[in-house]
Design a protein around this ligand. Structure first.
Ligand SMILES: [Fe+2]
Length: 287
């Protein structure tokens, strides 16, 4: 039987972001080879950046990603197409996306029991200073916690490991979800907008996880340029943003998907740990 080779790999600050950038004219005009290039990059590290050169109808172009990734995910601030403006033009209480403040590392939809699987972010206007995009690998984080707390990382997989609350939304679930050998992540840390409460037994491991995601050597940092669209696996990649001066006209569009589109059946979601959850730091899985 022919089994698809799983190529997803962890990453850290040393990954060359250029390897994940695919230059295209527009989403609506992608060739078959470019579509393949997009999906291969997504599989490799859990994210891809489409560098779109034709900016004549970028709003429509972003919506066109639904042809691959399915239906837009709900959001309290979304317009009637599902797009959320990420800018500091008008403050909405409880939403860091409406401020120029630092946005600590998180996965989207952590307030919901069924978060979106695919996130996308289109840059309309970058900030001249600040507003850098941050990405980190959930696999690298899992492996780190498994090494620091041998035999205890699975406490983060208990169904009541973490409660995340914002305004009227709240969800209590595992940080590392399990599907056979595969894991997914659902993560938010205390950031001024979210109330985040780990289970008592999970507290130590959760705090180590937060430290890992805040360390610069574990995070890829880059600037999205006008026309760039970041597409990421929300179950394998954690994201954030550095602060920017309030006068900066930085403007992004967020559009997340439920991964029911035709391309998704062939895509890799989540990650395979490289360090055993059961044994000590020397027990690397053989692969
Ligand atoms: Fe986000």
């Amino acid at each position: 039987m022919l089994v698809k080779q799983i190529v997803r790999r962890a990453f850290d600050a040393t990954l060359l972001v250029e390897s994940q950038i695919l230059e295209i004219s527009s989403v609506r005009g992608m060739s078959l080879a470019q579509q393949r290039g997009m999906l291969e990059r997504f599989d490799a590290h859990g994210f891809v950046i489409l560098r779109c050169l034709d900016l004549s109808d970028s709003y429509r172009d972003l919506l066109d990603l639904g042809r691959y990734f399915g239906n837009p995910a709900p959001h309290p601030r979304a317009d009637d197409q599902g797009i959320v403006g990420i800018n500091a033009f008008r403050y909405t209480a409880g939403f860091l996306g409406s401020t120029p403040a630092e946005h600590l590392m998180h996965t989207d939809g952590a307030f919901r029991d069924a978060p979106e699987k695919i996130i996308t972010l289109q840059c309309v206007t970058p900030a001249a200073t600040g507003g850098m995009t941050l990405l980190a690998s959930a696999q690298a984080a899992y492996d780190h916690v498994a090494r620091v707390f041998p035999g205890k990382v699975e406490v983060l997989s208990r169904a009541d490991a973490l409660t995340v609350t914002r305004t009227s939304q709240s969800s209590t679930q595992a940080v590392f979800t399990r599907c056979g050998e595969w894991r997914g992540i659902k993560f938010r840390m205390r950031d001024g907008a979210a109330e985040v409460t780990p289970h008592t037994d999970a507290q130590e491991a959760f705090e180590e996880l937060c430290r890992f995601f805040q360390a610069s050597e574990n995070r890829l940092q880059f600037r999205l340029e006008a026309g760039d669209i970041l597409i990421a696996d929300n179950t394998a990649v954690v994201h954030g943003r550095t602060s920017f001066p309030p006068h900066e006209p930085r403007n992004m569009r967020r559009l997340n998907f439920d991964a029911t589109g035709p391309a998704c059946a062939r895509l890799v979601f989540g990650f395979l740990p490289s360090v055993s959850s059961e044994a000590g730091p020397e027990a690397w899985l053989d692969r």
